[in-house]
Write a protein that binds this ligand. Structure first.
Ligand code: PLP
Length: 232
């Protein structure tokens, strides 16, 4: 894949375009682009794409399936400083294994997962409480009203460092309004945990709206990687 200059060239173009769009979206609302981390979501793509991204300066990548992430992280263990962000549903029984490669888990959505991620070996895993911004429980994330109790749970779990909140925009609502709600949830979380200032929000179609509502961590897939191959 990296041996095909056309593919690499397109990748460089898309990376540069997204970086420029992030920068202008930030400046438009008086924010500094440096305070925003772009995580390139590489799910379903081969490890080789992650290597290409790394060679172009990317240090934060995201995956949403444990099995796939584990295999890729092992294959790319030579890439120093590469951080794996786990952004998908995590089964409690896989949580402990995810700790080994992940720098951050963005999908803390129930106490069983939080408990399974606990560790007293001295390492710290960054965690985001995933908030469900819809009324549909199948969409993932903790209901808005239950955020505080899950936050308390994370704060009392050894080995976890609460970074903030995460959400995916609902399908049936303008994203800006949904991200504004997430921002208010973030304010509540910060009154419990002042250091948990981060907001993981914004994907390919809606990252500008997320930036306008304070997102600090964007999770961008297709706008950078191009179309995803089907799940393998
Ligand atoms: C796939 C995925 C993304 C990236 O989506 P794109 O629309 O390709 O940018 C972001 N967040 C989560 C949780 C995902 O599963």
């Amino acid at each position: 894949m990296s041996s095909d200059p056309a593919v690499g060239g397109d990748l460089a173009d898309r990376l540069a375009r997204v970086a420029a769009d992030v920068e202008s979206a930030a400046r438009a609302v008086g924010r500094r682009p440096e305070e925003i981390t772009t995580i390139v979501v590489t799910k379903f793509h081969p490890a080789e794409l992650v290597r290409d991204l790394y060679e172009r300066g990317v240090r934060d990548v995201g995956e949403n399936r444990h099995q796939e992430a584990q295999v890729k992280a092992a294959e790319l263990s030579d890439l120093e400083g590469l951080r794996w962000h786990f952004v998908g549903q995590l089964q409690s029984k896989k949580a402990r294994q995810a700790r080994r490669y992940a720098a951050a888990v963005h999908s803390l959505d129930r106490s069983s997962v939080v408990d399974a991620l606990s560790s007293d070996d001295g390492t710290l895993l960054d965690g985001f409480v995933q908030v469900n911004l819809t009324d549909d429980p199948s969409r993932g994330g903790v209901p808005v009203d239950d955020v505080e109790s899950l936050v308390e749970r994370v704060l009392s779990t050894p080995g976890l460092r609460l970074r903030g909140v995460m959400a995916v925009a609902p399908l049936d609502e303008p994203p800006r309004a949904a991200f504004a709600r997430l921002r208010r949830v973030s304010d509540r979380v910060r009154s419990l945990a002042p250091e948990a200032q981060d907001i993981s929000a914004g994907m390919s179609p809606d990252f500008a709206e997320a930036i306008a509502e304070g997102a600090t961590h964007l999770r961008i897939g297709t706008a950078i990687t191009g179309m995803r191959p089907g799940p393998r």
